[in-house]
Ligand binder design. Structure first.
Ligand code: GTP
Length: 170
């Protein structure tokens, strides 16, 4: 019969890439056009079913601004999964996730499922991060690559469902 899983997942990435937006779209089905910088971190819970199993996700949204970087370990500690989020129109935000990946691998080893997330897919015409490069990078670090638009609600449910399945299978 069914199992009850409890997982912690964390959203990491530069300021303004859409971490808060992904969480609020997923948990509350809301989207805000304004950028309100996250201060430190916040978390929301969401329960889902996968077949006969139930999964309770604690989703931690962290602050992307560089001055909060040192707080990272407090929030990613003991995470079962991590979303490394970049903005497909911003190459610097893509470079930024590489340092998070290194840091997570050092701190959590292979215990944490890594998802590389190219957000703002609705802005395809302004894309600056070649999709192939992003996918190859993800593969090279043993992560999976996802494309999302928190704005249009594209790929968001799939992202959280997929990481939940992968954490449950671990
Ligand atoms: P910090 O809290 O500073 O780390 O930022 P964040 O990564 O949480 O970004 P946030 O969710 O606040 O979004 C930043 C800006 O990008 C806001 O103006 C959002 O409306 C916008 N945004 C987020 N997701 C999308 C998206 O999928 N498409 C578009 N076009 N804009 C988006």
């Amino acid at each position: 019969s069914g199992k009850n899983y409890q997982f912690k997942v964390v959203l990491l990435g530069e300021g303004c890439v859409g971490k808060t937006s992904l969480m609020l779209r997923y948990v509350q089905d809301k989207f805000n056009e304004e950028h309100l910088s996250t201060i430190q971190a916040a978390f929301l819970k969401k329960k889902i079913r996968i077949g006969s199993n139930s999964v309770e996700l604690a989703i931690w949204d962290t602050a992307g601004q560089e001055r909060y970087h040192a707080l990272g370990p407090i929030y990613y500690r003991a995470s079962n999964g991590a979303f490394l989020v970049y903005d497909i129109t911003d190459i610097d935000s893509f470079e930024r996730i590489k340092s998070w990946v290194k840091e997570l691998k050092t701190s959590l080893g292979n215990n944490c499922i890594l998802c590389i997330v190219g957000n703002k897919s609705d802005l395809e015409k302004n894309r600056n991060v070649p999709i192939k490069e992003a996918e190859e990078y993800a593969k090279s670090v043993g992560a999976k690559h996802y494309s999302t638009s928190a704005k249009l609600n594209h790929g968001v449910n799939e992202l959280f469902l997929d990481i939940s399945k992968r954490m449950a299978e671990k």
